[in-house]
Design a protein around this ligand. Structure first.
Ligand code: SF4
Length: 352
C-alpha cells in the first residue's frame, strides 16, 4: 500500500463542490461569495479546463486556485462510435485508474446522454454486464457530471436528455446522484430542465420514498423486468428485499405525492418474461400506478438470455393494448459497440 498521497490527491477537487459549497469555500479564502458563483459557471457552463482561462477572476485568486485546486477528475480514454446508429460510447478513466462508460445517443431530434453513477454495481442482476463486475466504488458528483462535459465537447448537437441508466444503481449512491442532478439543473451549471433528467432505479424502496419526500422534480424510472416475484427475484436479487408489492406501494406514493408520471422499464427476454401471461400480469401491476411502460427488447450479453423474435415482441406489445398506461418500445441503440442497455462493463480495463 502506498504511504504517500500523490500530488493530485492533495489538491482540492473543485468539481466535487456544489455552487453553495464553492461560495462557502471562496469565503474561507477571503473572497466574496459571488466569486464562487463565477467559479461554478466557468467549471460547468463554460467548461474550461484551466484556471487561467477564468478571465473575470482576480490574479491572486487564480494563483491560489492553481496552487491548491484541481479540475482534473477524469479523462476520455477511448471513444467508439456505432457506424450504423451514430451512438458513441466513451471509456472514461478516473484518477484512481478505474474506468467507467458513458453513452451518447443521437436519435431524431433528441440527443441523450446516459451517465454512470458507480464503478460496477452491487445488485448483480442476472442479465446485466455491469452487475457481473461487482461494486468497485461510488462515483463522486463531480465524476458523474464530468461525463456530461466530455459528451458535450464531443457532440455536434446540444444535449437534450440526460438519463442515469449507465453503470451502477443510482439510488445506491443517492446523495452524489442528487447532487450531480442539481448541478445539471442549476442555472449556472448546465441549466438542463429537471423534466429532461431521468433517474432510474432497480427498485430501492427506501430511496424511492426519500426521493418522494424530498420533492425532486427529476423524472423517475423503475426497472420492473418481471411480472411475478419468483421470476423477478431470479432476474433481480434485490426483489428478495423489496418485492413487487412493496415496489408498487412506493411507486403509488411517489406518483400521488408528486403528480408525476413514472416509467416502468421492462427488458423483454425470450422465454423468460415475454409470454401472454406476463403481459397480463404486467398490465395488472402497471394499472395500479400512474405510469407508462417502456419495453426494451434485450441486448444479448449474458449467455442464458436471448432477445425474443420480432414476432414474440409484437405479440407481447399487442397483449398490452387496451391497458390504462401508455407503452413505448426502446429498440436500444448502440448494441454493435456494446453500448446498449445492460451492456456496459469495464472489468477488463481496471488499472487500479
Ligand atoms: S441492471 Fe442496473 S441495478 Fe442491475 S446490476 Fe445492472 S447496473 Fe446494477
Amino acid at each position: 500500500m502506498c504511504v504517500f498521497s500523490s500530488m493530485s490527491d492533495m489538491l482540492i477537487q473543485l468539481k466535487d463542490y456544489s455552487q453553495i459549497e464553492l461560495e462557502d469555500w471562496v469565503k474561507t479564502q477571503g473572497e466574496k461569495a459571488f466569486r464562487g458563483r463565477q467559479l461554478f459557471q466557468w467549471i460547468w457552463q463554460k467548461g474550461v479546463g484551466e484556471f487561467s482561462e477564468m478571465t473575470n477572476l482576480s490574479k491572486s485568486l487564480i494563483q491560489n486556485l492553481e496552487q491548491n485546486c484541481s479540475l482534473g477528475l477524469s479523462t476520455v480514454h477511448q471513444v467508439q462510435t456505432s457506424e450504423t446508429q451514430g451512438t458513441s460510447k466513451f471509456l472514461i478513466r478516473l484518477n484512481d485508474g478505474k474506468f467507467i462508460e458513458t453513452v451518447l445517443i443521437p436519435e431524431g431530434k433528441r440527443v441523450t446522454v446516459c451517465l454512470s453513477s458507480q464503478v460496477g454495481c452491487a445488485l448483480d442482476c442476472d442479465f446485466c454486464a455491469t452487475g457481473k463486475m461487482g461494486l468497485k466504488r461510488n462515483l463522486s458528483s463531480g465524476e458523474i457530471v464530468d461525463q456530461l462535459l466530455h459528451a458535450r465537447r464531443f457532440s455536434d448537437r446540444p444535449i437534450t436528455n440526460i438519463v442515469f441508466m449507465g453503470m451502477g444503481e443510482p439510488f445506491h449512491n443517492y446523495n452524489q446522484v442528487i447532487k450531480a442532478a442539481n448541478i445539471l439543473n442549476a442555472e449556472l451549471g448546465f441549466a438542463h430542465g429537471a423534466r429532461k433528467i431521468t433517474i432510474s432505479t432497480s427498485g430501492l424502496v427506501p430511496q424511492i420514498r426519500q426521493f418522494t419526500e424530498e420533492g425532486h422534480r427529476y423524472k423517475l424510472a423503475v426497472s420492473l423486468n418481471a411480472s411475478d416475484d419468483y421470476s423477478r427475484t431470479k432476474l433481480m436479487p434485490i426483489n428478495q428485499k423489496w418485492n413487487i408489492a412493496d415496489l408498487v406501494a412506493a411507486c403509488q406514493e411517489y406518483t400521488k405525492t408528486s403528480s408525476n408520471m413514472l416509467t416502468f422499464e421492462y427488458v423483454l427476454m425470450d422465454g423468460v418474461n415475454d409470454n401472454l401471461g406476463d403481459a397480463r400480469r404486467l398490465t395488472q401491476i402497471a394499472n395500479q400506478v400512474f405510469c407508462k411502460v417502456n419495453v426494451i427488447p434485450y441486448n444479448e450479453v449474458a449467455e442464458n438470455y436471448k432477445r425474443p423474435s420480432n414476432n414474440r415482441i409484437n405479440n407481447f406489445l399487442e397483449a398490452l393494448k387496451g391497458a390504462r398506461f401508455g407503452v413505448t418500445v426502446r429498440w436500444s441503440q448502440g448494441d454493435d459497440i456494446d453500448a446498449a442497455c445492460g451492456q456496459l462493463s469495464t472489468a477488463v480495463q481496471d488499472e487500479s
